[in-house]
Design a binder for this molecule. Structure first.
Ligand SMILES: O=P(O)(O)O[C@@H]1[C@@H](OP(=O)(O)O)[C@H](OP(=O)(O)O)[C@H](O)[C@H](OP(=O)(O)O)[C@H]1OP(=O)(O)O
Ligand SMILES: Nc1ncnc2c1ncn2[C@@H]1O[C@H](COP(=O)(O)OP(=O)(O)O)[C@@H](O)[C@H]1O
Length: 299
């Protein structure tokens, strides 16, 4: 039985009779092929990329496992439609916090229509895509005080400036994160979550510094971690229980690289890494301040 994903944070959503992805109970994510060439394009990308021996195994694991395409009942009631069958990245998590970050300082690319170019460039300028080289597309976080999830409205998320993006990244790893814009995120899980995420981002960056196979236009980094482990007070193996992971999603606009580095993605990724590093560094400074004040107080 297919159902609407509980933890989807961006993109086309299967609600109000609209076409969107579905999931099953066996860890598979069904993404409908979009009517224009985009769906076919993404399927072709998965077909060739997933079996490309030039891509190292440690990089393949940053992409959802691909199980081909399948005709299934579409979410909009229009009958059977072809869907990409992918690994459901969040299926093994009970209470996942999830964030989708679209990487790159532009989402348009050569040879798109004038209409598409205008739509993209407007959105890129109105969001942090142009200024930061990435934009937060959507996220959901677990509020440990309210014991419930908070998923901000798309309009709010797409309205973030640099400070808004920074604050969202801090909220994503806080136990007091909530809809209250006055609450200061405590970054309680930043060290464990972003410690693990940073290692993965740096591994991806090293590959993007040399890979010239593809250009990943409009592609997103999906970050996920488990809250259940925190609720159970993880202990020494907190990092293992959190299972913080990074996956790349959305390949509807990927192009051949033709021997050229993907500077758009690489630049955006470097900028995103800097934001994560800054949060980790602010924790060290906070710890140093606490140590100093304890010494001053003779503790
Ligand atoms: O339809 P919109 O305006 O919500 O735009 C979609 C984007 O939403 P956004 O507003 O940037 O959060 C959406 O972005 P996210 O996946 O939400 O990051 C996609 O870029 C989508 O295009 P495609 O399916 O990848 O070709 C975009 O869909 P298309 O407009 O290109 O069909
Ligand atoms: N393989 C996956 N497993 C779990 N969730 C996914 C997967 N792929 C996408 N998603 C969810 O769906 C959202 C939209 O995916 P995306 O591929 O960008 O779709 P669209 O083309 O509609 O923008 C992501 O933000 C994420 O929440």
């Amino acid at each position: 039985m297919l159902k609407v994903p509980e933890h989807q944070v961006a993109g086309h959503i299967a609600r109000d009779g609209k076409l969107g992805p579905l999931v099953d109970d066996e860890g598979r994510f069904f993404k409908p092929l979009q009517g224009d060439s985009r769906g076919e394009h993404e399927a072709k990308f998965y077909d060739s990329f997933s079996s490309n021996k030039k891509v190292p195994d440690h990089i393949h694991r940053y992409f959802p496992v691909y199980h081909g395409t399948q005709l299934v009942e579409a979410s909009d009631g229009s009958g059977k439609l072809p869907h990409l069958v992918l690994e459901d990245v969040v299926s093994g998590y009970s209470n996942p916090s999830v964030m989708d970050v679209k990487i790159g300082s532009r989402t348009w690319y050569p040879d798109v229509s004038e209409e598409y170019f205008k739509k993209c460039i407007k959105k890129d300028r109105d969001t942090t895509t142009v200024s930061l080289g990435f934009r937060v597309s959507g996220f959901k976080i677990f509020d440990h005080q309210e014991l419930s999830f908070w998923r901000p409205e798309k309009k709010l998320v797409l309205g973030f400036n640099a400070d808004g993006a920074r604050s969202a990244l801090r909220k994503f790893v806080s136990s007091n994160s909530s809809a209250d814009s006055n609450s200061i995120p405590n970054c309680a899980f930043a060290s464990e979550v972003y410690g693990g995420i940073l290692t993965q981002l740096l591994e991806l960056k090293a590959w993007f510094e040399t890979q010239t196979l593809n250009h990943f236009n409009s592609c997103s980094i999906l970050m996920v971690y488990e809250n259940e482990s925190i609720l159970m007070k993880g202990g020494d193996d907190a990092q293992a229980l959190l299972r913080a992971q990074v996956k790349l999603v959305d390949f509807a606009h990927v192009l051949e690289g033709n021997g050229v580095i993907d500077h758009n993605f690489l630049g955006g990724l470097c900028s995103f890494i800097k934001f994560i590093k800054d949060i980790l560094q602010s924790l060290d400074e906070r710890d140093d301040e606490t140590d100093t004040s304890q010494l001053e107080n003779g503790n």
